[in-house]
Design a protein around this ligand. Structure first.
Ligand code: NOJ
Length: 555
């Protein structure tokens, strides 16, 4: 049971990734929008945290219909973020601190302002026409079929000049590329190599599971051509460069994730899968109707993925990102136990097998925001869906509750650096309002407090470097039916780590599983001052969490 298949070691196995959403990170030129110069100014802070990789959400030229996930030039930088020279400087400055930059690769779609689309729209015989997906109207002039856009409304938009509809899975300003066209493939490969030649460390691939779509068969995710396309991409670009690649794959099951991340298949390093996120959504109304949190369900999902990808594949580990609510608001406590619960969540995640991702602000326990007026929101998805659903009869209050719980602006409020004007993000009015709790929750306060969430993350990141068992040890779940405690072991040879995490705001009297009763070990990390002696029963404080390393006695 203990003899794990030997996995070829990769530099990103024990790395920790930090995600930056540039618009909200740090505004160096004080125009209210974060920028590359702002990121460079915070590299020392990130080095202090200990991360080795930055996943940079898009900084490319873009009309910003979806904050940069609508790209009009893949080889240039949006003016509000800076210049190509600054980007090159960021790559170099990061490298000096042993940090690799992973770029966001958004190639399921472009912006409608991308020159390819501007050309494609001109006529049916334009050389770029076939870079996108066009279909004729139905006999009555309506859209070719009933595909919906993720951002509300139809997935088809009529183009009056040529009389056809084009396909867009996101906003109508994000037309889908036609990946069946080999010219599209070659253009993307060239662009990827151009960035790799600039010294970046890899790519995070936006909704990559959608590029193999088979429109006429109504297959969107996991189309037959998806994996061959990725193998071709791997061969033509990053395959021989030792890059980190992580695909965003909402549709991935463990079986599918193995197709992407089994090293023998030469596709990607790993994928982001979202089963631990979507189990908290309403079966029909999705994220807009949040469900009660169920730890047993969550543990089942983690255990499934940890087990299935143990030997041939690799997991990415994350609680949140720029599309998701803040971890501490969703799974922890934003009141009395904010600090304890933020640390507990970090411990619970970072001891799992896989590569952890920290989303900006998570390392100081930033929380969701509640703006009173819908007009204070900026996210295209929240706004479109708010208007679409309230027009269809959903009460305002109900929709606001959905936005408060799961809207994307929760993660996008400006980074809270200090308790000065606009949280130190900018001296100008920020593009999205700052969370008013910045006076209490901010980086400066965290750095002044040795017991802060920040230093807890720093310690976890350091532990991952020091303890190979955290990277390669086997995952063994414990107490699977316990409703409040997430407990597991990591095991490698005779080394063990036991991790116990109380996900509730109450004290829990816990009968320890036989494996860990009376063990004598070394405490690796904990979020309370006093340490337990592990007898047969212990009392966990609200959100208490700790990890203990020990040796398994030889039987
Ligand atoms: C996923 C990205 O994470 C999200 O922010 C974006 O809106 C969509 N893909 C479309 O690119």
């Amino acid at each position: 049971m203990m003899d794990n298949k030997v996995l070829a070691k990769k530099w990103w196995h024990n790395a920790v990734v930090y995600q930056i959403y540039p618009r909200s990170f740090c505004d160096a030129n004080n125009d209210g929008i974060g920028d590359i110069a702002g990121i460079i100014s915070k590299l020392d802070y990130l080095q202090q945290l200990g991360i080795n990789i930055i996943w940079l959400s898009p900084v490319y030229k873009s009309p910003m219909d979806d904050n940069g996930y609508d790209i009009s030039d893949y080889q240039d930088i949006a003016a509000e973020f800076g210049t190509l020279a600054e980007m090159e400087n960021l790559i170099a400055e990061a490298k000096q601190r042993d940090i690799q930059i992973v770029m966001d690769l958004v190639v399921n779609h472009t912006s409608d302002e991308h020159p390819w689309f501007v050309e494609a729209k001109k006529s049916k015989d334009n050389p770029y026409r076939d870079y996108y997906i066009w279909r004729q109207p139905q006999a009555d002039g309506s859209a070719p079929n009933d595909f919906h856009s993720y951002f509300g409304g139809s997935g088809w938009e009529f183009d009056a000049t040529t009389g056809d509809y084009y396909f867009h899975q996101f906003s109508k300003r994000q037309p889908d590329l036609n990946w069946e066209n080999s010219k599209v493939q070659a253009e993307v490969h060239n662009m990827m190599n151009w960035w790799l030649d600039k010294g970046i460390g890899g790519f995070r691939m936006d909704v990559i599971d959608l590029i193999g779509k088979e429109i006429d068969q109504k297959v969107m995710a996991n189309g037959a051509r998806l994996h061959p396309l990725l193998q071709e991409m791997n061969k033509a670009t990053f395959g021989h460069r030792d890059a980190l690649t992580v695909g965003e794959a909402w549709s991935a099951t463990p079986e599918i994730a193995k197709l992407y991340s089994d090293p023998a298949r030469n596709e990607l390093s790993m994928v982001f899968q979202f089963e631990h996120i979507t189990i908290g959504w309403h079966p029909q109304h999705g994220k807009w109707e949040p469900q009660a949190f169920d730890l047993i369900k969550l543990k089942k999902v983690f255990t499934k993925w940890q087990t299935e990808l143990a030997d041939n594949g690799w997991n990415s580990l994350f609680w949140d990102n720029h599309d998701l609510p803040r971890a501490v608001s969703k799974y922890g406590d934003t009141g009395e136990f904010r600090v304890e619960s933020a640390k507990m969540l970090a411990t619970a995640l970072h001891f799992l097998k896989g590569t952890p991702y920290v989303y900006q602000g998570e390392e100081i326990g930033m929380t969701n925001v509640r703006f009173d007026s819908i007009d204070d929101y900026q996210d295209i998805e929240s706004l479109n869906l708010y208007y679409e659903r309230t027009a269809a009869g959903v009460p305002h209050e109900k929709m606001m509750e959905g936005i408060y719980a799961n809207g994307r602006d929760n993660a996008r409020t400006p980074m809270q650096w200090n308790n000065e004007i606009n949280a130190g993000f900018s001296t100008a009015k920020p593009w999205l309002k700052v969370n008013p709790n910045y006076t209490e929750i901010n980086v400066q306060a965290a750095l002044n407090e040795p017991d802060s969430v920040f230093f807890h993350y720093q310690k976890l990141i350091k532990l991952r470097k020091e303890q190979p068992i955290m990277t390669y040890g086997q995952y063994i779940p414990l107490l699977e039916d316990h409703p409040d405690v997430f407990a597991y072991l990591r095991a490698q040879d005779d080394d063990r780590i036991v991790v116990l995490n109380n996900f509730s705001a109450k004290k829990v009297i816990l009968s320890l599983p036989a494996e860990v009763q009376y063990i004598k070990g070394q405490s690796l990390i904990s979020n309370y001052q006093s340490h337990h002696s592990l007898t047969d029963e212990i009392t966990l404080q609200p959100y208490e969490s700790f990890a203990v390393a020990y040796k398994q006695p030889v039987a």
